[in-house]
Write a protein that binds this ligand. Sequence first.
Ligand code: SF4
Length: 309
Amino acid sequence: MTSLLAPDLQPRMLGGLEIEPEEARSILRPQKDERYGFGFSLNPYRGCAHGCRYCYVREYPHPLRGGEGALRPPETWGAWVSPKLNAPALLWAHRHRLHEQTVFLASSTDPYMPLEREFRLTRKCLEVLRDCPTTRVLLHTRSPLVLQDLDLLLQFGPRLTVGFSIPTDDDTVRQVTEPGAPSIPSRWLAMERLARAGVAVSLSAAPLMAIRDIPAFARRARESGARSAWAGRLRLLNQDPFYQVLAEHGWLFILQPDYGERVNAALAEAMPRPPSRRRREHLKGKAAVAPPLQLPDARQLALFQGDLA
Ligand code: SF4
């Protein structure tokens, strides 16, 4: 039977991932709770190829296109992604809502999954946001692919922060808990490179996983250029199968409240203190003689390019 779908909406497989492009009905999700620090979230994709095993989004209802109300089973999370082909156009049409707002990319996907190389939906949405002069952006990712948009990120100036999710210092933990996501060393290097280029970066160790050396982790956050860092506890759903994963690997200790407190205390200790008001006033007159940005050395860049490939 011939498909009635336009060619760019045809589903296909890409390296084991089911790609089902779609036209979204809306793209800006309002966030009314001010504690989150943003007014809208924006997800250029539905689904997430990183397939983190603790991800609560897997339990959301994900309708199957043409499935007449049928939902994708939670166990297929990480095996499918729907790029929202009209996301940049929708955002452009609704840009009047973004005056003096903060937009968070992304609450239920990673904006820099590998298929962003092909679809460039995150980039095109960022181009719209760049042209909204009073809009701030919080970009949150686990992927060094964010570096492909460094030129664009720099155009935002202080209106944009990139938050890196680095919940562990141990890549063997990452391989179990975030099987489709980039390695932990590649995230540190990406964060460092963004920071050295002048992009504001922050670290989020959330949901917090097992960390081997907490003080060294906190020092690495500082050395990688994070302007802020925090750890957020894992919240498990009722009868969450991830509990079993933690039990099998001897990681149940991460559920203890004092574990998160210890990591947060170490991060707070390691982070540079924000300057006092008096110091800020003093620095105002010194801005013209601030030292030039240091670029990463060639060895780090070479390592990093290899990780991006
Ligand atoms: S990267 Fe975020 S959205 Fe994607 S699977 Fe992991 S936790 Fe979920």
